[in-house]
Write a protein that binds this ligand. Structure first.
Ligand code: C2E
Ligand code: MG
Ligand code: MG
Ligand code: MG
Length: 292
């Protein structure tokens, strides 16, 4: 804001707006340093659960930033700033490498879990994005099938044609694709049939009121059926209650993700969660198989 040229304008801004502006500026300024291996960035992992079997069928990698003075800052705040400042390419490269490295470690320790990584609209405009993804998989000795990329419906809709070309190149590698935050991005439902995606993730805003709102239930049912009829697997995001899970099971939804199962977990905790989640199922199987 130009305080000298327009002093009356400055008076309109409250101190809190000023603080917010300062905070954004700090985040923007400090992100490249965070990328330089300072230990400020880390990934947490949230399980995806198969509704029919109760098994963990994947983990979403979510970025966390422990800023030296501001403390832990969430991606909903800093990712949009990073994207606007042209650092989306570097950020996604960091996340992808960290997620694949983690998955390599898990596999070496006998834990085979597919990992999904969120990517930005700008990544789809990088001419060599698919090649970078392939190089990352090769670097860590991982098959393409163990990785899924999540891209929001609104990111695809920014430049649908270019996005489609990029998504097709990624799909050709054998890497999975998920449309994230589905239902919030102003694409028409008819557009869904053109999306080259394996998975549709229904946005948590639709799931949140599902217990109480019958119209929301109708909407989610249709989204599930339509997505499946068009060949997509459906994941419900933000599942927090048993009632929501019961509804989703009856509606035939494939997978659920949310605080009901687990919050995003540190890598070690995720591994422990998987071991604990498997134990009751294994015990039940043993009981079922036991004679008498
Ligand atoms: P998203 O990809 O839709 O991720 C789901 C978000 O919902 C996560 O927030 C997760 O912690 C939260 N969540 C999961 N289950 C529940 C629940 O039951 N209730 C509620 N209230 N929330 C739940 P998070 O980690 O803060 O991430 C926010 C968004 O930031 C993500 O939304 C994604 O769009 C973006 N993001 C996260 N990590 C990355 C990244 O590495 N790269 C990029 N480009 N974007 C990222
Ligand atoms: Mg996501
Ligand atoms: Mg797969
Ligand atoms: Mg989402």
């Amino acid at each position: 804001h130009d305080a000298i040229a327009c002093p009356s304008h400055v008076a309109v801004y409250s101190q809190s707006e000023d603080a917010l502006y300062q905070r954004r500026f700090t985040l923007l300024n400090d992100f490249s340093a965070a990328l330089e291996n300072t230990g400020q960035l880390r990934l947490v992992f949230q399980p995806r659960v198969d509704i029919a079997t109760g098994e963990c069928c994947g983990a979403e990698a979510l970025l966390r930033w422990n800023h030296p003075t501001l403390g832990v800052v969430g991606p909903a705040e800093f990712i949009p700033i990073v994207e606007r400042s042209g650092l989306a390419q570097a950020a996604t490269a960091w996340v992808l490498d960290a997620a694949l490295r983690r998955q390599r470690t898990w596999r070496d320790e006998g834990l085979f879990i597919d990992v999904s990584v969120n990517v930005s609209a700008a990544n789809l405009m990088e001419p060599d994005f698919a090649a970078c993804v392939a190089a990352g998989l090769a670097r860590h000795g991982l098959p393409a099938s163990c990785l899924e990329l999540e891209i929001t419906e609104s990111a695809i809709m920014e430049q649908p044609q270019k996005a489609h070309a990029a998504l097709a190149a990624i799909a050709a590698l054998g890497v999975g694709l998920a449309i994230d935050d589905f239902g919030t991005g102003y694409s028409s439902l008819a557009y869904l049939q053109k999306m080259p995606a394996d998975v549709v993730k229904i946005d948590q805003s639709f799931i949140r009121e599902i217990d109480s709102d019958v119209r929301q239930q109708a909407l989610v049912s249709v989204m599930i059926t339509l997505s499946q009829d068009l060949g997509h697997r459906v994941v419900a995001e933000g599942v927090e209650t048993m009632a929501a899970l019961d509804f989703l099971r009856k509606a035939g939804c494939d997978e659920a993700q949310g605080y009901l199962f687990a919050r995003p977990l540190e890598a070690a905790s995720f591994q422990a969660w998987c071991a604990a989640a498997r134990a009751p199922a294994a015990a039940a199987a043993v009981v079922a198989a036991a004679p008498g």
